[in-house]
Design a protein around this ligand. Structure first.
Ligand code: NAD
Ligand code: G6P
Ligand code: MN
Length: 442
């Protein structure tokens, strides 16, 4: 079997060690000859990369490994770019979350004004990586899970329409794992689903057992009605209390339309007031992550580097990240696996804007993806999606045209913001906070 060369863009990410371990676990179906890491923050990347280098030398010495901040070195001779960059890092995520909260508006990584601010930073960073890939390895595929995926995907649809980029999110994967457990199945791969929406904004309409086609929705509905996504089994990923609240609140999101099973992120649009009430404006999720995941990952990396050995290291293969291997394997080996991707609608959702980026099931193979039609969608979801997709499009307009007006419209239109006055105050603060990252607006 051919062995592949991969570059991880955003090498300094807290998720990098988990992804490296996960890649090693799946070498039997997706062999690797080379792993490179690329980041634009040399120091941050060095800690993660040195530790991963030690781990790789001890566990898979046959894999060539290097890390760099030089695009040519990073992107030459690669088959896949796995991108998880965070432009502005946690320092800017903290501002995205805290500025809206100052005005009583939801402060969240990818939803509402925070997500828009993050989008205005990410578009340039993701396009830059895509352009490096096309310059140095034009046959490669970019698997992008850098956020905010909805806005980034709309930007690449518009600005790089012919690029070999696939945008994907892990939230549906994680939630499908929970649904599988609700039904007593070992894996989400034993289910076949229908789903429609935008990224972090979607609904399952059908969940069937793969082996016999039987309908699993009644069982899942019963569970959602009582417990949301809380399933009584300690989750591996998203284990903290703040996530537990989210999984529990899915019950109230579900209540709005018991015919479908919702993505957890809808809570921010349907109950934004509750989200604000449950937030501490001085200590948000960014603080939790900096004090938790970031500290744990970096201190473990430093320990490995000092010891010169990865013996007893507590890195864990990011199990649910195996969807990234599934995607790479599907492209490499034409598996035709069915996966949820963020793709141009083009009629797949019949009664929705053909030029919107939607999240739907696709069959993935060596030619890319084929969309699975989801037909007509109900008025409630259609209305919500039309508002949200317009927000996402206006953010990309604002970035392209350097338009203050468009970004003010985007913030005003978001379901999380109730007044153009408030939108303007948040926007003006965000412009100051993002002066090193956003195009200058006029
Ligand atoms: P992190 O800050 O730990 O890592 C991001 C890395 O990207 C940093 O080392 C940073 O220096 C680097 N970076 C920033 N701008 C860059 C650029 N222009 N070029 C190269 N490198 C750059 O963040 P994290 O919490 O580990 O998350 C990483 C990303 O993955 C985020 O975008 C996050 O939202 C995303 N994510 C997505 C999903 C999904 O479902 N799609 C799931 C988990 C995380
Ligand atoms: C889920 C989403 C990602 C998001 C992440 C945030 O996995 O799908 O898009 O980035 O949650 O997690 P965090 O632990 O950083 O708050
Ligand atoms: Mn996501």
């Amino acid at each position: 079997m051919k062995a592949y060369s991969i570059v991880i863009a955003g090498g300094g990410s807290t998720f990098t060690p988990g992804i490296v371990l996960m890649l090693l676990e799946h070498m039997d179906r997706f062999p690797i000859r080379q792993i490179k890491m690329y980041d634009n923050d040399a120091q941050r990347q060095q800690t993660v990369a040195e530790a991963c280098g030690i781990y790789l030398k001890e566990h898979a010495p046959q894999i060539a490994f290097c890390y760099t901040t030089d695009p040519e070195t990073a992107f030459t001779d690669v088959d896949f770019v796995m991108a998880h960059i965070r432009v502005g890092k946690y320092a800017m995520r903290e501002k995205d979350e805290k500025i809206p909260l100052k005005y009583g508006v939801l402060g969240q990584e990818t939803c509402g004004p925070g997500g828009m601010a993050y989008g205005m930073r990410s578009i340039g960073g993701v396009l830059e990586i895509l352009d490096y890939m096309e310059k140095y390895s034009p046959e490669a595929w970019m698997l992008n899970y850098s956020n905010p995926a909805a806005i980034v995907a709309e930007a690449t649809r518009r600005l790089r329409p012919h690029s070999r980029i696939l945008n994907i999110c892990d939230m549906p994967v994680d939630l499908e794992e929970k649904m599988a457990r609700m039904c007593g199945l070992d894996s989400r791969k034993e289910m076949v689903v229908r789903y429609f929406g935008l990224n972090h904004f979607g609904w399952w309409t059908s969940i069937r057992r793969k082996s016999d086609g039987s309908d699993l929705m009644p069982q899942i509905r019963e569970h959602m009605k009582k417990n949301g996504y809380m399933d009584g089994i300690p989750p591996q990923e998203h284990a903290e209390t703040s996530w537990a609240e989210t999984f529990e609140m899915a019950r109230d999101v579900y209540a709005l339309d018991p015919d479908t099973i919702p993505n957890t992120y809808l809570k921010y649009y349907l109950y934004p007031d509750r989200a604000v009430r449950h937030s501490n404006p001085d200590y948000t999720r960014a603080n939790e992550v900096m004090d938790g995941r970031e500290k744990t990952v970096f201190s473990e990396c430093r320990r490995i580097i000092e010891a010169g050995s990865s013996a007893n290291c507590n890195f864990q293969a990011d199990a649910h990240a195996s969807y990234i291997v599934d995607l790479a394997e599907a492209l490499a080996h034409n598996t035709q696996q069915r996966m949820l991707l963020i793709v141009p609608n083009g009629g797949a959702i019949e009664n929705f804007d053909p030029d919107a980026m939607v999240e739907i099931p696709c069959l993935v193979g060596s030619n890319g993806y084929e969309k699975i039609c989801q037909g007509r969608i109900p008025t409630f979801q259609k209305g919500l999606m039309e508002q949200q997709v317009a927000v996402e499009k206006l953010v990309v307009d604002a970035w392209c045209e350097h338009s203050y007006q468009k970004l003010w419209q985007a913030m005003t239109l978001s379901k999380t913001v109730w007044s153009a006055d408030v939108a303007k105050q948040i926007l003006d603060d965000m412009i100051v906070a993002n002066k090193d990252y956003w195009p200058e607006l006029h």
